[in-house]
Design a protein around this ligand. Structure first.
Ligand SMILES: Nc1nc2c(ncn2[C@@H]2O[C@H](COP(=O)(O)OP(=O)(O)OP(=O)(O)O)[C@@H](O)[C@H]2O)c(=O)[nH]1
Ligand SMILES: [Mg+2]
Length: 289
């Protein structure tokens, strides 16, 4: 695992802490942790003026100040479904980020923590062979209904069927998978916009949310992904996956700065390895690991 921000901060404290070099090194460490150059500069300047005013001298004091500054810049959102109408969560993200696994975790979370009944999965990734089977295995293990067609089917039709049948059956939460890869980016965007139009056509009577999965290990690329998906369909919330696999994960900060709040954080491959996103806890972990 790469050395995290916490370890880098520790190393910084071996020298003098009120020099330009110290704050330059701090800024570099923040950039390496994926916070992005602009935010890194802003935070390191804020720590510097805070350090002068409040005389933050010890490693713990500076770490706490840094953690607060990061937490202030990170937005979270509660995705608890509406009880009285259908909720449709469309899960987006490039290939391999953890969409399908996250859907299975969300289904488990919804049933066990939110006590949600009527959870349905929609196998909207019809592009990749085996994607439908992968989701079907989760559905079977979790004991939830799945709406599926074969590989190559129209994903919009699959998701539409899932929404229609959920309404008919009085089910309450549709978790829809999507493909993260198409022949090219323009195809992917067009496909997602088509799905979005189909679901949005029904959104007067449902709580429709578009959730973007970001892989914590992909670094700055995650920001570009957020921009592409946000431009294509508008993202309501993000989910950080694979936080257990990296000591970085600072990408949450620049994505939050785009106006996309974080709803969950995934930290493992088991169904239980998902938690509501807590800005304070996230920031504290980021500066200490
Ligand atoms: N360690 C760890 N692994 C994860 C996490 N979430 C997903 N994975 C793993 O990441 C890999 C890809 O996950 P998928 O859920 O298949 O990703 P996807 O976005 O659906 O991928 P495509 O369908 O190919 O686009 C799998 O091996 C998962 O087990 C996580 O939070 N932690
Ligand atoms: Mg998948």
């Amino acid at each position: 695992m790469k050395k995290g921000l916490g370890a880098k901060l520790k190393a910084l404290f071996t020298g003098s802490t009120d020099t330009d070099e110290f704050f330059e090194a701090l800024e570099d460490s923040l950039i390496e942790a994926d916070l992005g150059a602009a935010v890194a500069m802003e935070i390191s300047d804020a720590v510097r003026s805070g350090a002068r005013k409040a005389r933050l001298n010890t490693e713990d004091e500076l770490r706490a100040a840094l953690s607060d500054l990061i937490a202030q810049r990170v937005k979270s959102i509660d995705l608890r479904p509406d009880a009285n109408r259908l909720n449709v969560f469309l899960v987006l993200g490039v290939n391999g980020v953890g969409k399908t696994t996250t859907i299975a975790k969300l289904a488990h979370y919804a049933r066990t923590v939110w006590n949600q009944s009527g959870v349905v999965l929609a196998a909207g990734d019809t592009f990749r062979a085996a994607a439908v089977d992968q989701l079907s295995i989760h559905a079977e293990r979790l004991g939830v209904r799945i709406v599926r067609q074969g590989t190559g089917a129209d994903p919009g039709a699959v998701i539409y069927d899932a929404v229609q049948s959920a309404v008919t059956r009085g089910e309450r939460l549709v978790l829809a998978d999507t493909a993260g890869r198409m022949h090219n980016k323009a195809n992917l965007v067009a496909e997602l916009q088509k799905i979005d139009r189909i679901v949005a056509g029904r959104s007067s009577d449902c709580n429709y949310r578009k959730l973007l999965v970001i892989d914590a290990t992909t670094g700055q690329n995650g920001l570009r992904q957020a921009e592409i998906f946000h431009d294509a369909v508008g993202v309501d919330a993000a989910i950080l996956a694979k936080y257990d696999s990296t000591a970085r994960g600072g990408i949450v900060v620049p994505i939050s700065a785009m106006g996309i709040p974080f709803a969950f954080i995934g930290s493992g491959e088991r169904y239980e390895d998902i938690h509501p996103f807590d800005s304070g806890r996230y920031a504290a972990e980021l500066v200490s690991q």
